[in-house]
Design a protein around this ligand. Structure first.
Ligand SMILES: Nc1ncnc2c1ncn2[C@@H]1O[C@H](COP(=O)(O)OP(=O)(O)OP(=O)(O)O)[C@@H](O)[C@H]1O
Ligand SMILES: [Mg+2]
Length: 592
């Protein structure tokens, strides 16, 4: 099954390159014409040297004749240099254009893929594909193709010239080693392809390890794992080295073999050529020209091996690359999608049951919730009870089944994704911020926002005063290149980012957990004020965060255990009541 799907995926692959080959066909054409022109001009050189040799030997050559030949040679050299520039520019340039296009394709494709894909694929792996593998593909579509065409073209031309201008018999003898080299190269090429794939995978693995180590450096230091991680890296690096060596071994055999075969045959042909020259069947000039042609054949022989290597590596990388490009985004607008431009904010959840791909348990089971536009809903429950999962479903980060979630009476599966997500202001539990200015982080989800709007959102999220204390104020850069915000500051910037959208539905996933209860109260009252007629869902561990909600949902092990207002739930004396008791006790202990 696995095999089958893989093969299916790969079979679509070449289309992506075909698109570029078609797009740049004229570039390739100009390059190839220039390449052939260079070769044709090149073929004249042995004839001229042959003529000079014969001329000198016969003693009939004048100083003028020599001068004439030398000028021709100079002219040939000069035009070859110019035309070489043309093909190099067009073919190498086109390979860069293709690389550029493929990298854009790759990135925009990644942006479309769903959360599931990123759970299953590692960042370092994807980075390696966009750099290392793409490079191998570029080598294939540029220098690889070029050398292959050149080698084939030159061989054909030289053989043609040798047989017509000098001797058919000599020519036939001299091409005997060609098939040997071709077969050898093909066999070795297969082995290179397999080894190269291993090599790229080893590199991917290594870049993944580095990426994780850099992002996790604080944890590594806090747990004093530096030397262990270094050891782990050594191991991975060694594996990468070994895999590289396996490629090099084959490559190292290939070149000398090709050279040996070529060298041997040249020697034999030289002997035979000398023999028939002595016999007078060909002139000395023809013999000199013939040697030059033979030497011209050495390069294509070697280039052929080199091409097989580049092509094999490129194909291996291309297979890895297309595997990702052929990944279908599994969260897309369905065919039944309706034309909806805005969302009011009524939510109905009917018997929603959900489990993550590959999970054996139901992370949500028989969830029934009805939320009217303008209501504020609190969700509480132990850690791992499914709170984040539930809001993931509302954002359609994962697909529910049909008829399970309705927004404004439309099945969520029939709402255009962009409309749905534009209507939701989401404050994720990890409060991810970009390494950019605070102002741009807040304005991230809206087009054409103003400083006033950004500041208003920051004020509503109670983070304005903190921001004003930074030297660069709203232009302060967050993260790797700038200041590190505290957990609570990050949470509030993330809240401002959601508030500025003035979304029909706002979701706060544990978003005030890192601020003190006073600040929390202020933020919640701003939100209440700001969002009087809009839907707000607040997930929290602290009861104080949700106690004023119109409805509180208590989740436990993916099921709704209790629903009601704060007072009603207290009366039930169930899990909610227990949580309240426990938190009160903790508070009292803290105050003592
Ligand atoms: N991407 C995922 N793939 C598989 N299982 C997952 C995934 N994300 C979460 N889970 C599982 O689903 C269950 C519910 O997780 P969820 O994140 O919804 O809990 P939560 O109520 O938000 O917890 P917390 O209060 O700690 O944030 C957990 O058992 C968790 O292990
Ligand atoms: Mg959660």
């Amino acid at each position: 099954m696995e095999q089958k799907t893989r093969r299916k995926k790969r079979s679509k692959g070449p289309n992506i390159l075909t698109k570029y080959f078609v797009k740049y066909k004229f570039h390739y054409l100009i390059g190839i014409v220039a390449l052939i022109a260079v070769n044709i001009i090149n073929l004249r050189i042995p004839l001229i040297t042959g003529r000079i040799t014969d001329g000198l030997q016969s003693g009939l050559y004048t100083y003028n004749d020599i001068q004439h030949e030398v000028l021709t040679l100079l002219l040939i050299g000069f035009s070859i240099a110019c035309i070489r520039f043309v093909w190099r520019y067009f073919i190498f340039g086109t390979s860069r254009k293709i690389e550029y296009g493929l990298r854009n394709d790759f990135f925009s494709h990644l942006e479309k893929l769903s959360t599931r894909f990123f759970n299953e694929n590692k960042t370092g792996d994807l980075m390696a594909l966009a750099t290392n593998d793409l490079n191998a593909i570029r080598m294939m579509v540029g220098p690889g193709i070029l050398m292959a065409l050149d080698a084939i073209g030159l061989t054909v031309l030289v053989i043609y010239k040798m047989s017509t201008a000098i001797s058919v018999k000599l020519t036939l003898i001299s091409i005997i080693p060609l098939p040997i080299i071709a077969i050898g190269s093909l066999l070795l090429g297969k082995s290179i392809r397999a080894r190269f794939k291993d090599k790229q995978e080893a590199f991917s693995h290594m870049s993944d390890l580095v990426q994780e180590n850099i992002s996790g450096i604080k944890v590594i230091k806090a747990f004093v794992q530096e030397s262990k991680q270094t050891l782990e890296f050594n191991k991975t690096n060694r594996n990468n080295y070994n895999k590289n060596m396996r490629v090099i071994k084959v490559y190292a055999i290939m070149m000398p073999m090709a050279m040996l075969v070529t060298g041997l045959s040249i020697t034999i042909i030289l002997g035979y050529g000398g023999y028939i020259t002595i016999l007078g069947r060909i002139t000395l000039g023809e013999f000199v020209a013939f040697i030059q042609y033979l030497l011209m054949l050495v390069w294509p022989m070697i280039a052929f091996g080199w091409c097989i290597n580049i092509m094999s590596q490129g194909m291996a990388s291309f297979a890895r690359f297309t595997n990702i490009l052929n990944e279908k985004p599994d969260i897309i607008d369905e065919e039944t999608v309706k034309e909806i431009d805005n969302i009011k904010g009524d939510i109905r959840i009917n018997n929603l049951t959900f489990s993550y791909p590959g999970s054996e348990n139901n992370e949500l089971e028989n969830i029934n919730i009805s939320i009217d536009k303008g209501e504020t809903i609190g969700i509480v429950g132990r850690t791992g009870s499914g709170k984040t999962t539930l809001v993931n479903m509302l954002l359609r980060l994962y697909n529910p089944s049909r008829n399970e979630i309705f927004i404004d009476d439309t099945d969520i599966m029939d709402i255009p994704l962009s409309v749905l997500r534009n209507a939701v202001g989401y404050v994720p539990q990890d409060n991810f911020l970009f390494s950019d200015t605070i102002s741009r982080n807040i304005a991230f989800g809206v087009d054409g926002s103003t400083n006033e709007l950004v500041q208003q959102a920051a004020k509503d999220a109670n983070v304005h005063d903190n921001i004003m204390e930074f030297t660069d104020k709203y232009e302060t850069v967050v993260g790797e290149r700038g200041v590190t915000l505290s957990g609570g500051q990050k949470q509030r910037v993330a809240i401002a980012r959601a508030l500025i959208k003035k979304p029909a539905i706002m979701i706060l996933d544990d978003s005030v957990s890192a601020v003190d209860t006073n600040t929390e109260e202020q933020i919640l009252s701003h939100i209440k004020e700001e969002r009087k007629d809009k839907t707000t869902i607040i997930i929290a561990h602290r009861i104080s965060t949700v106690q004023n909600s119109d409805k509180i949902i208590v989740l436990d092990e993916g099921k709704i255990l209790e629903v009601g207002k704060h007072i009603e739930l207290l009366d039930k004396k169930g899990l909610y009541y227990d949580m309240v008791q426990k938190q009160q006790l903790e508070k009292e202990l803290e105050e003592e």
